[in-house]
Design a binder for this molecule. Sequence first.
Ligand code: 5AD
Ligand code: SF4
Length: 466
Amino acid sequence: MNLPDMKKAKERTNKEVKYEELNHEYEEVFKGKKFFLKTYGCQMNVHDSEEIKFYLTSLGFVETEDMNDSDVVLLNTCAIRENAHDKVFGFLGRCKHLKREKPDLIIGVCGCMPQQESVVEELMKKHPYVDIVFGTHNIHELPKLLLKNNSKQDIEIYSIEGDVYENVKYNRDSKYTAWVNIMYGCDKFCTYCIVPYTRGKQRSRHLKEIVLEVEELKKDGYKEVTLLGQNVNAYGKDLNDSESFANLLEAVAKTNIERIRFVTSHPWDFTDEVIDVIAKYNNIMPYIHLPLQSGSNRILKLMGRRYTKEEYLTLFNKLKERIPNVSITTDIIVGFPNETEEDFQDTLDVVEECKYDGAFTFIYSPRNGTPASLMKDNISLEEKEERLHRLNEIVNKYSLINNQKYLNQTVKVLLIDKSEKSDTTACGYTETMKLVNVENAIDRIGQIVDVVITDAKSFSLNGKLK
Ligand code: 5AD
Ligand code: SF4
């Protein structure tokens, strides 16, 4: 089978998205039509969906939460583990059904999955009812694809990244907290990870563009920004200028926006300068997501993580010493090929030592095209599940212990939404990224309020306004 020509972009250049060219040409065609957008995966995908929503609404579409009522169904997909892949193909079955009833329905698949040739092939062979397919490097092609759509599958993927787009507009999900991309892609090539293949090599935005975006957000009333990158500490390494994450963080702090967060940090690039900046500015939140992946030096080496357990612990302890009250969460993979009970025990030891505020834990999932997927593995799934269970018990124990330290304390919470708890309860986050449900606070959404913590669970706190 011939795959469609995957366009190769050139060297990294900065480009502006020209929105004026979009609007009028398409307005009559799409006005009042409805789209249903389902997003899988990480914050990067959530933010990409905010861009997709901007395009769709500027073309005249309105969003619907009811797929059956839509004219366009778009799935923004994730490729990080096999179960994400399976969920998408499962959902496509429902879309196919709907298309039988509504033959004009346009079905689109975008995001990380189509950046893999095997997925494009699978879509072409087994899912011809999917109308449009595009990847993570050409979201801005969506309007063209929608208009061109002519009952033939339209596939438009750039296999190689290149341009960094500025002046990108978003329909942001929140009026108070905003994602800000500081870079795209990743150069780390951890041996298990598909991201460098789906999102491409690292491309940083220029510092001044990022600061401008944060200033605009502040002007628009945003209270919090989260700087987004696969590996934020490596920010600027691909630029010729002397732009570093420490410089960027300091420049963003000086905008005086009330809260700054960043994800994700790789321990390898975490410099003392970055720690100094976090410690110096009150508006940089004392919360760090610092993936460990494994506590075994043998496995870390096989994973290509470039640090030892000892180096990780040194950094961890430095962060705890230098940043008062810092909360630290992590990612851990169990069942990497041939992880022994001893290797796993090393991971548990690190978790016991770090007593994380929280951890995302995963069973290793082989990804086509990554070096780890070629490694033979003799450990059964049953054993891996059992390890995950043991790990989660310890992780949850420490989450609860850490949360209980907040009992009767007064903390600052940025309220962002209604809570599912009751009609009068709002929810938000502490500076340390703890989720708090606050009674009788519905009219304070959008504000940073003082809250007394009355109850602590493993995954959330309850409190009342002070
Ligand atoms: N299998 C399982 N977990 C993975 N992650 C990345 N790739 C894989 C994989 N192939 C996890 C890592 C990463 C998080 C976002 O997902 O822990 O930090
Ligand atoms: Fe994947 Fe490693 Fe890059 Fe994170 S740092 S996105 S785990 S390759």
